[in-house]
Design a protein around this ligand. Structure first.
Ligand code: MF3
Ligand code: CO
Length: 264
C-alpha cells in the first residue's frame, strides 16, 4: 500500500479530475439511438482535449489487449464492455461508463451507470442502491480501519436490498499503474485485510447484479456479463484516505463533491 506525499497528491487529484470530467461529459451524451462505438469515440476526444491518455486502450491482461478507449457495459454486461457500432442504446437500457485515464503520470478511474431515458422502477432502484453502497464503502475508508470494513459496508447495503455483489472483480489501489495494492473486494468481514493508512489512494467500485452474482465471459475475451442475464450496475470513485477521513478525488473540474457523499 503506497502512501503519497503532498506533491504526489496534487498530481493525483488532477488526474482524477480529468477522469471525472470525461465521465461527466460522456454521461451527458447518453441518449436513445446512440451507438456505443460513437460514445467511446467521444470519450477518446474528451480525454484528448484535456491532455490525458486512456489507460484502457491497449491495456493488457495476459495475451489480451483492450481495443477501446473507455469501458461501456450495457444492461446485463457487468464490466469491460467494448463499444460497438451495432450496439444502439434504447429507452429502458442502462449503461455503465467506466473512464480510466492517465495524466501527470497518474491514473484516475471512475464509473457510473446511467439510465437511457427512463427505466423500470426496479432497475432505477438497482442503480440507486449500487451508488449508495459505493458511498457507504467510501465512508468506511478511514485511517486505521481494515479494508474489510469497506467491503462489508458495501455488501451489507447491497444484500439488504436483495441484490448481489460480484465476486470476480474488485476495487483496488491506484497510482502510476491502474491496479495496485490493496485489493478491495465488495464483500467480506470488517476485520479482513490490511489496515488503511493516511495518504493511500483507492478505487472503490461496487459491481452489483439484480439477480445472482455469477458472471460469464463474452467471446470477445473482455466483456463480463451476469450469468443469469439480470441487469448489472457499477459505480466507482477514486478517493484518498486523509487524516480527516476519506476525500473523493474523481470530481469534475468546476464541480462540487456529490451531495450523496456528504449525507449520513
Ligand atoms: N476501470 C477498469 C478496471 O479497473 C478499467 C479496465 S481497463 C481494461 O478494471 F482495459 F481492462 F478494460
Ligand atoms: Co477500477
Amino acid at each position: 500500500m503506497i502512501v503519497r506525499n503532498e506533491q504526489q497528491m496534487k498530481s493525483i487529484r488532477e488526474a482524477a479530475q480529468v477522469a471525472a470530467t470525461v465521465l461527466d461529459r460522456m454521461c451527458e451524451l447518453v441518449s436513445p439511438g446512440m451507438n456505443t462505438y460513437d460514445l467511446d469515440q467521444s470519450g477518446r476526444c474528451f480525454i484528448d482535449e484535456l491532455g490525458g491518455e486512456s489507460a484502457c486502450y491497449k491495456y493488457q491482461i495476459g495475451s489480451r489487449i483492450y481495443p477501446a478507449y473507455t469501458c461501456l457495459s450495457v444492461n446485463d454486461e457487468v464490466v469491460h464492455g467494448i463499444g460497438s457500432i451495432d450496439r444502439v442504446l434504447k429507452v429502458g437500457d442502462v449503461i455503465s461508463i467506466d473512464v480510466c485515464t492517465r495524466y501527470n503520470g497518474y491514473i484516475g478511474d471512475n464509473c457510473r451507470t446511467v439510465p437511457v431515458g427512463s427505466v423500470e422502477p426496479d432497475v432505477q432502484r438497482l442503480l440507486d442502491v449500487t451508488e449508495e453502497s459505493m458511498y457507504a464503502g467510501i465512508k468506511a475508508a478511514r485511517r486505521g480501519n481494515r479494508v474489510g470494513k469497506i467491503s462489508n459496508a458495501i455488501q451489507r447495503m447491497v444484500e439488504d436490498a436483495g441484490f448481489s455483489v460480484i465476486r470476480d472483480f474488485v476495487g483496488h489501489g491506484v497510482g502510476k499503474s491502474l491496479h495496485e495494492e490493496p485489493q478491495i473486494p465488495n464483500f467480506g468481514r470488517p476485520g479482513d485485510g490490511p489496515k488503511l493508512r493516511e495518504g493511500v489512494v483507492l478505487c472503490i467500485e461496487p459491481m452489483v447484479n439484480m439477480g445472482r452474482h455469477a458472471v460469464k465471459m463474452l467471446g470477445d475475451g473482455w466483456t463480463a456479463l451476469s450469468a443469469d442475464g439480470s441487469v448489472s450496475a457499477h459505480f466507482e470513485h477514486t478517493i484518498i484516505v486523509t487524516g480527516e477521513g476519506p476525500e473523493i478525488l474523481s470530481v469534475p473540474f468546476g464541480k462540487e463533491v456529490p451531495e450523496l457523499a456528504l449525507k449520513d
